[in-house]
Design a protein around this ligand. Structure first.
Ligand code: TA6
Length: 289
């Protein structure tokens, strides 16, 4: 079956490719492309619905990180909001080839006082995984939110990885607690990295390994890109991050609308998407020097 509903998870199959989506958080926990796993999933990840999944592609909504304004409606929500820790339902298969499926989360919640609906679509093709989100304000009052795909990409060795096409972008760097303009045509990860690149122009961000393209990330309506690797100390401090040396084999490249809030009027809708391609030609931004 192209879309198999296996109770707590759904497996999408397209030829020699599969994507496995845990209904808890509608978290893509595996993407096998041509027989090879593309995502990093912690060996300590809880897949029983008891907490957000460490790894794969957790969904961040309605807030990225912790809300700094204590009076904001998202102030009481846990870090990264509730979407990744809620039970989503499979709405059904949408397309045959590429194979697509939709997942839904709706309602009003005691911890966030608005009626809303989310529809996530996951589409699988050769060398490609696409995810799109539709947010609808089902309430009679406006609300604001943030959205981010918290994608954990699998890499052979982080010390060989470069993230390209972020030069010239403003970076809020949470490790050095500073903002700056990224000067490097390719960002190397040599220690803990927790950077939000804000308002990244409509370019494909690429993840290179020893000069070859591992992944190309295309975005729709997601202006910000977070690049994160916990490195050793932060990995050690996360109980569900295993193995502790696993930081060598992952990098989070996270497209989102996370630097500011999206304001949605009653009845309004907002859509965004990420498309991750495996391999491809290097395409370096021009005008760097
Ligand atoms: O996206 C980067 C980040 O915000 C880091 O600061 C780190 O907290 C990471 O997310 C993981 O957050 P989590 O709540 O999943 O432990």
């Amino acid at each position: 079956m192209p879309v198999d509903d296996l109770n707590d998870r759904v497996v999408i199959t397209h030829g020699n490719n599969t994507a496995t989506i845990l209904k808890h958080g509608a978290t893509v926990i595996s993407w096998v492309n041509n027989g090879e796993e593309q995502l990093w999933l912690s060996q300590g990840a809880r897949l029983d619905g008891s907490r957000p999944v460490r790894g794969g592609i957790p969904l961040v909504f309605p807030v990225f990180g912790k809300q700094k304004d204590e009076h904001h409606p998202t102030a009481k929500l846990p870090q990264h909001g509730f979407a990744r820790d809620a039970e989503w339902e499979l709405l059904g298969q949408t397309t045959e080839d590429p194979v697509g499926a939709e997942f839904g989360l709706a309602g009003g919640r005691s911890d966030w006082p608005y009626k809303f609906s989310l529809i996530l679509s996951v589409t699988l093709a050769n060398d490609k995984l696409a995810m799109a989100i539709d947010v609808k304000n089902e309430d009679e009052q406006e609300f604001d939110f943030q959205w981010l795909f918290h994608t954990y990409l699998r890499v052979p060795d982080i010390t060989d990885v470069l993230v390209t096409n972020l030069a010239g972008q403003h970076c809020d760097d949470r490790v050095v607690n500073a903002g700056y303009t990224e000067k490097a045509p390719a960002v190397a990860i040599t220690g803990e990295c927790d950077r939000m690149y804000v308002g990244v122009e409509d370019r494909t961000v690429q993840v290179l390994d020893k000069g070859r393209v591992l992944f190309s990330l295309a975005r729709k309506n997601l202006p910000d890109v977070v690049v994160w690797n916990p490195w050793d100390k932060k990995a050690e401090a996360m109980a569900d991050f295993a193995p502790k040396q696993g930081f060598h084999e992952m990098i989070c490249v996270e497209p989102g609308h996370a630097a500011t809030m999206v304001v949605l009027p009653p009845g309004g809708t907002w859509s965004a998407a990420q498309e991750i391609a495996v391999g491809g030609e290097i395409s370096l931004q021009g005008g760097i020097f």
